[in-house]
Structure formats: C-alpha cells, structure tokens
Design a protein around this ligand. Structure first.
Ligand SMILES: Cc1ncc(COP(=O)(O)O)c(C=O)c1O
Length: 364
C-alpha cells in the first residue's frame, strides 16, 4: 500500500531487543560504568582487530581526549578540515589548542593534503582528518606531512563506522580513531562514542583522563589530573545491542545508495561523486547540485527532508576566518544528503526519487 507519511532525513531506529538490554542493566542494579562497557570494548577490539578500545561519551570528547592523550594542549595548533561537523574543531579547543582550518577536495569532501602541508605552523602538533561520510581521508599523503613535522594523527571517524579503505578499517590507521554513536549515526546509544588505538600509552592516558587520573577505580590515589568522561552501563548495553545490527545496517545503506544512484545518476543537475571502494560504504548517500537549496525547499513542501551540508567552519561565527577555501565553499554550498533512515522503505526511496526527478524536469 502506498504511504504518504513524511520522510525524514534520518531517524534512529530502536527495537524491543534494545529496550530489553537497557532494562536488564537497570534490573541488575549496576548502572555505573562497568561490565557492559568492558564487554563493549572487548567486542570492538575483536571486530576491528585492534588491541585497545576505550568507550567515551561522544566523538567530540573522544577527539579531545585522544589529542590530550597524545600531548596536545594549550599553545598548540591542530589541522582540521573546514568542512566537518563543528565538533571536530570544538574538540581541539577543549584541549586548549587552536584548530587551523584546512581546505577540502570538492570531490571527496575530505581534507586536501596539499593545503594541509601549506598550513602547518611551528606549534602544530596534530592532524585530525575526517573520513567524511565514510569516504576514506587521504591518509597516505597526510602521513607524509605528519612524519615530516612530527605530528600525531587522530582520525575523526564519526561518520565512518565500519567503513574501509584499501589499508583497512577507518579509525584504525593512525595514532587513534574516534567514533560517534549519536542518534544520526548508523547505530546509536543516544549519545556515545569510543576510541580505537594500537598504542598502550594512548589507551592508558585515555583511561586516566576518563576517570579522574587513575587507571583503576579500586584506587583512591590519583597520580595525575583526570576528569569524568565515563559512559553509564545503560548506554553501553544499548550500544552493544545496536552493534549487533551493524552488518545488516551497512548492507541496507549500500542498497539505499544503489537505489538512489540507479534512479538519479543520469540527471545532469546532480553530481554523485565516487563511492568508496575496498569495502567502504557511505553512511548517508550524498550528491552535489548547484540547485541544492531550491531542491531542498521544494521537497520540504512535499514532506521530504534532505539535509544540506553544514556551512564550512570558516563561515561559522565560532571559527570565522577570511582565508580562502575554494574547495570547501563549493562542497558546503552544493553538498547534500538524501533521506536514509535505517527503516526507510523502497517505496519511500522511490517517492524521493520521483520528487527529485519532477523538480528538475519542472526547472528545465
Ligand atoms: C564528522 C563528525 N565529527 C564529529 C562529530 C561529533 O560527534 P558527537 O556528536 O558524537 O560528539 C560528528 C557528529 O555529528 C561528525 O559528524
């Protein structure tokens, strides 16, 4: 039967198994950070084949603490792409350091290594490449810059959970990889995140920063300064339950993207930039169009929500800069995400496709 329900850009999908996982944690009486977090960390280590996973309240705090764990702080600068969610840059400021905005490639939407090389300063300590939307950042080129200037690399993998490049899982290819479990991500624990690392020193520093400067909660001695960035076991239980759905969700994301490509990629007004290869996938199907804003408005009037890319950080009041970022200006002006909730139906996808085709036909 045809439905006319509104089609949101993205909504989280939770089920009875998720409720039951949280309920069981509440019933157990242990709601602090504990066994559910340890179990989730072990599952992540095994899935991504990395020695260390550390749960965190968000990707923003994951990036901030990973940078701190690598020694970044007041007086330092960190390279971040200017097309990203603002949390990437705010995480740098949380450490006391200052982000240096770098232009992006208007095809991959990821940090442009040539521009990154140009913007390194004496006090630059790290690079935070973003794997935007699951597309692998140009890590081989960025590693050369990092090596030359002795910079740490922290991957912002908020949008790249279980996406891959030819080198392996995104978020496992540098000093630390930071992930998000916020509600617009492929799986969610309400809010949440984690760091993956192969470095024991980084893992230990993360644990100290997360829990008041100590490695073990059974000690009341606090050798260094730490904070409280712990995740409750209720959230970890939800994260574990959602994590079980990840392979199925990735498969569905690929199907959704394929259906949009089949239905729309012949339109000259829409540019579908290359999709990731080597086992990668897009968390949210994207395109560029010079008519983006009019298209978004037209579909909104029909109950269909498309999400335009964020304004680039150099155009945000909090990070305003007059430097030139031509690639980023194009990406943020023309980039857009198509509706892709995990439970969107094929019939709804076809409604979106029809509405877009009609829009461009009418605008000829
Ligand atoms: C690229 C990117 N970086 C960082 C974040 C911040 O993640 P969180 O909301 O978990 O702090 C997000 C989330 O939207 C994101 O998309």
């Amino acid at each position: 039967m045809k439905s006319n329900r509104e089609i949101p850009w993205f909504i989280p999908v939770l089920d009875d198994a998720d409720s039951e996982a949280v309920r069981q944690t509440v019933v157990s009486g242990f709601v602090n950070e504990g066994p559910e977090n340890r179990a989730f960390e072990r599952e992540l280590q095994s899935y991504f084949d990395v020695p260390y996973a550390v749960t965190m309240p968000s990707c923003t705090t994951s990036i901030a603490l990973a940078l701190k764990a690598l020694g970044v702080g007041h007086g330092d600068t960190v390279l971040v792409p200017t097309v990203t969610f603002i949390g990437t840059a705010s995480a740098v400021r949380l450490t006391g350091a200052e982000p240096i905005l770098v232009d992006v490639d208007p095809v991959s939407f990821n940090m442009d290594p040539a521009d990154a090389a140009r913007r390194v300063q004496k006090n630059t300590k790290a690079i935070v490449p973003v794997h935007l939307n699951g597309r692998p950042a140009a890590l081989p080129a960025l590693r050369k810059i990092a090596l030359k200037h002795n910079l740490a690399i922290v991957e912002d993998t908020a949008e790249g959970l279980a996406s891959k490049s030819g080198e392996g899982w995104l978020g496992t290819l540098s000093d630390a990889g930071c992930f998000s479990l916020a509600p617009t991500k492929i799986i969610t624990s309400g809010q949440g995140g984690f760091v993956l690392t192969r470095r024991e020193d980084v893992r230990d520093n993360l644990i100290r920063l997360r829990d008041h400067g100590r490695l073990s909660r059974s000690s009341d001695v606090h050798p260094v300064t730490g904070f409280n960035f712990k995740v409750t076991d209720m959230q970890a239980a939800l994260a574990r339950s959602q994590f079980k759905k990840l392979p199925g969700r990735i498969e569905r994301s690929r199907e959704i993207d394929r259906r949009y490509l089949d239905g729309l990629s012949d339109l000259p007004e829409m540019i579908f930039t290359p999709r990731p290869e080597d086992g990668g996938y897009l968390m949210w199907p994207d395109f560029k169009s010079k008519q983006r804003d009019a298209l978004v408005e037209s579909l909104k009037a029909q109950g269909i929500t498309l999400r335009p890319f964020w304004p680039a950080l150099h155009n945000q009041p909090a990070y305003a800069s007059s430097s030139a970022y031509p690639g980023a200006d194009e990406a943020s002006r023309e980039g857009c995400w198509l509706p892709c909730s995990p439970n969107i139906t094929d019939e709804e996808l076809d409604r979106v496709i029809d509405a877009i085709r009609k829009f461009f036909k009418g605008n000829k």
